[in-house]
Design a protein around this ligand. Structure first.
Ligand code: 3HC
Ligand code: NAI
Length: 699
């Protein structure tokens, strides 16, 4: 028999209904049924005066069970359960702790009162799944905290602290123990009076009289959003809270929810939610393998990346020692870190005093013996193999036994680096993305000898830093940059064949990326790629010409675009257009008009092809890992679910046909559809089917 998912205790006139459904008390079908049953029994008992809704385990409910979305609904629905708490003839009190999210908070708002522990956080994050709160959240939250604050919370999906929740009226008291606190709170209320959130009008009255404040808050909340459907639905639904009667607002909310939950955007965002968590699971890793504790860390090289990586350690509360070649370089690195913290404090992203607090976790040295006790060392020196080998040899001599030793290399062979030590099993790549303190992606590069223990430790440290770790294999460019290289090649070709940077960038921007590839190149600096090309003996005609003219991008005021007077806005430059035409003519290429559709295909399909090769070679474990890499490292719009998810939506036969066409027109055999892509397309399958056979066999 399965464990009961809801527990009912009725003692001394107090009924405590406790959800017990690990790990996060999601409100799946079994929980909903059991909740209704428990409520019916509690309400029917004449001895019951007060009903407390609680949760066992690590948190109050995290909301609806996301795995049920897209499947046929099963009664009772969450609406019905919430309605019953709302209509209950006896006062209901929700006892919150941990993270009360989505449907969990909607259920709590269906109760007549809410108390929470001081560390509790609550929110309606449905927008992050391409949805709006669909169980009354858009109607009840405005009635509790006002439509302006509600629209900001619902469109951002951000969590609210217990302190703010109390100040704004979302909860009625802060307590020490959730259930005991709710019992104590019950003594302060009249047990014969039930205060239904739906009947509260005080917080929505001002917006009913004058909606200007709400409209301004709504405009502010949606200001930077492009292409996504859910935020507008959230705004419209919150507006209904003060323009429509409660029941009508609720019905409209449900209709919008049903529309969104069936759509591709929400499917994509749910895919990424689960993909991010799946990426932490490494096949073959011993179950129960514990990451080694990392109590202190060291970073070699305090340059652009080293400083940012060290900040990640400090942000996770781990003391970190920065190692440099001389005092001046060390000081420059530490100053840069301090300045970055100061800027965050000034912008309000960090509280006052945070700089001193975080800097207290930093030590700087030129003396390698000072890192002998570090549990993890990350190397971030210049991208030169000989130097890296030398550094790892030195680390081998200095680092304590069992320490994880990682390289932040973006292009070099992790195995070659690992074998410059006598302990290659402790070595792996930890490839952060610039700016390292901001970008969420962390590619963990598994070398041929990397141990499961060191991989597990790197994953745990990455998570503690707030990163999204993805384990990848060792190859040129790993997953992300290897795919990006395909796009970069097409960028050059498109310019030579007839497009202009602004046309290509507009297509990529319209697709949903935050930036087009050319504006991105200007931001990163075109000289970086130029130097790498020269080193590798390869050319990129347009980019080379720009660099030869000193057009390195934003830092020189000119690149693919022009940046006047320190502006960061790319302005198309007729000189660049002329330069592209001249280069094409020199190479004997007749330029032609290129459609936006062709640009989009060439900006995405070659990367998708490379993704398939990466899977064939076992460099990525699963297609969804590749999606996570692109969403968190390169700005692939989350609502398009990543390259593999997108490819399945387009249909692999189309992609295979177009790739063959472009291989033909460009003469680039690298564009020929890969074996895996061709095979999946021929079998009527998609990336989602990759590895399914193997999994079924293993099961
Ligand atoms: N439904 C189903 N599974 C869920 C879930 C949910 N709402 N929330 C978390 N899980 C699963 C995760 O997939 C994971 O499964 P796994 O162990 O098999 O990989 C497990 O629970 C633990 O989750 P995390 O690894 O994320 O645990 P953390 O402790 O790091 O985080 C959390 C906990 C903050 C609650 C985080 O899981 C989270 O943000 N969950 C989603 C919350 C959410 O979006 N709620 C809204 C749902 S939509 C809704 O309610 C619709 C309503 O308006 C009608
Ligand atoms: P950087 O040039 O800004 O910093 C390198 C630092 O290493 C310098 O401060 C230098 O003084 C120091 N250094 C050199 N030799 C040293 C030694 N023997 N001991 C201690 N310190 C030494 O370089 P950046 O950009 O930070 O790159 C570092 C590494 O990170 C490279 O491997 C690079 O490929 C990789 N990387 C860079 C990214 C970027 O966008 N800049 C992104 C991802 C990885």
């Amino acid at each position: 028999m399965s464990q009961p998912v809801v527990d009912l205790d009725m003692t001394n006139g107090i009924a405590v209904i406790a959800i017990d459904s690990p790990p996060v008390n999601a409100l799946g079908h079994a929980v909903r049924s059991a909740l209704l049953d428990a409520l019916t029994r509690a309400e029917a008992d004449p001895a019951t005066k007060i009903i407390i809704l609680a949760c066992k385990g690590r948190t109050f409910s995290a909301g609806a069970d996301i795995t049920e979305f897209g499947k046929p609904p099963r009664d009772p629905g969450l609406h019905e359960v919430i309605e019953r708490f709302d209509q209950c003839s006896k006062p209901t009190i929700a006892a919150l702790f941990g993270t009360t999210l989505g449907g969990g908070l909607e259920l709590a708002m269906g109760c007549h009162y809410r108390v929470a522990t001081d560390t509790a956080r609550m929110g309606l994050p449905e927008v992050k799944l391409g949805l709006l709160p669909g169980a009354g959240g858009t109607q009840r939250l405005p009635r509790l905290i006002g439509p302006e604050k509600a629209v900001a919370a619902i469109v951002s999906g951000k969590m609210i602290s217990a302190k703010s929740a109390l100040a704004d009226g979302l909860i009625d008291a802060i307590v020490t123990d959730p259930v005991q606190g709710a019992i104590d709170f019950a003594h302060t209320i009249d047990p014969k009076v039930t205060v239904r959130v739906r009947d509260r009008a005080d917080k929505i009255a001002p917006a009913q009289a004058d909606p200007a404040g709400f409209e301004q808050a709504a405009a502010e909340a949606t200001r930077r959003l492009r292409g996504v459907e859910a935020p507008a639905a959230c705004v419209n639904s919150v507006r209904n809270a003060f323009t429509l009667p409660f029941e009508q607002g609720l019905a409209a909310e449900r209709d919008m929810f049903m529309h969104l939950v069936m759509g591709d955007q929400s499917r994509a965002q749910r895919h990424i939610f689960f993909a991010e968590r799946e990426a932490q699971k490494i096949p073959g890793m011993e179950p129960g393998l514990k990451p080694a504790p990392v109590k202190s860390a060291a970073v070699i090289g305090a340059g652009t990346m080293g400083g940012g990586i060290a900040m990640n350690f400090a942000n996770a509360g781990i003391p970190v020692t920065l190692v440099e070649t001389d005092e001046a370089a060390l000081q420059r690195g530490l100053d840069r870190v301090r300045d970055t913290y100061d800027i965050s404090v000034k912008r309000g992203a960090l509280p006052a005093g945070a700089t001193a607090q975080r800097m207290a976790l930093f030590a700087g040295t030129t003396d390698w013996s000072r890192i002998a006790e570090a549990d993890m060392v990350i190397e971030a020196v210049f991208e030169e193999m000989d130097l890296k080998k030398q550094i790892f040899g030195r680390l081998d001599a200095v680092a304590k036994s069992g320490a994880v030793i990682a390289t932040n290399t973006s292009t070099l062979d992790v195995d070659a680096i690992a074998h410059s030590t006598k302990r290659p099993s402790d070595v792996l790549g930890m490839h952060f993305f610039s700016p390292a303190n901001v970008m969420k992606l962390l590619e963990i590069v598994r070398g041929e000898a990397s141990s499961h223990q060191s991989i597990a430790t790197a994953i745990a440290v990455g998570k503690a830093m707030g990163k999204v770790p993805v384990v990848v294999g060792n190859c040129d460019g790993f997953v992300g940059n290897r795919m990006l290289a395909r796009r970069t090649t097409e960028c050059e070709r498109l310019l030579l064949e007839g497009a202009l940077p602004q046309q290509v960038d507009a297509v990529v921007l319209n697709f949903g990326f935050p930036m087009g590839p050319f504006a991105m190149g200007d931001l990163a600096g075109l000289d970086v790629g130029w130097r790498i090309r020269k080193h590798r003996g390869v050319t990129a005609p347009i980019s080379d010409v720009l660099c030869e003219q000193g057009r390195f991008g934003q830092k020189t005021g000119r690149g693919y675009y022009i940046y006047e007077n320190g502006s960061r806005t790319p302005t198309p430059d007729p000189e660049v257009a002329a330069l592209i035409e001249a280069t094409a003519a020199r190479l004997g290429i007749t330029r032609r008009a290129i459609s936006d559709q062709e640009i989009l295909e060439r900006m995405t399909y070659p990367m998708i092809n490379e993704a398939a090769r990466i899977l064939e070679e076992g460099i990525a474990i699963r297609p969804s890992d590749i999606d996570v890499v692109w969403v968190y490292g390169y700005g692939w719009p989350v609502w398009r679910g990543g390259p593999c998810f997108h490819a399945d939506l387009v249909g692999l036969p189309t992609i295979v046909e177009r790739l063959a066409h472009y291989a033909n027109t460009t003469g680039d055999v690298g564009l020929q559809p890969s074996d895996l892509l061709t095979q999946l397309a021929a079998e009527g399958k998609g990336f989602a089917d990759f590895g399914k056979g193997a999994k079924a066999a293993a099961a």
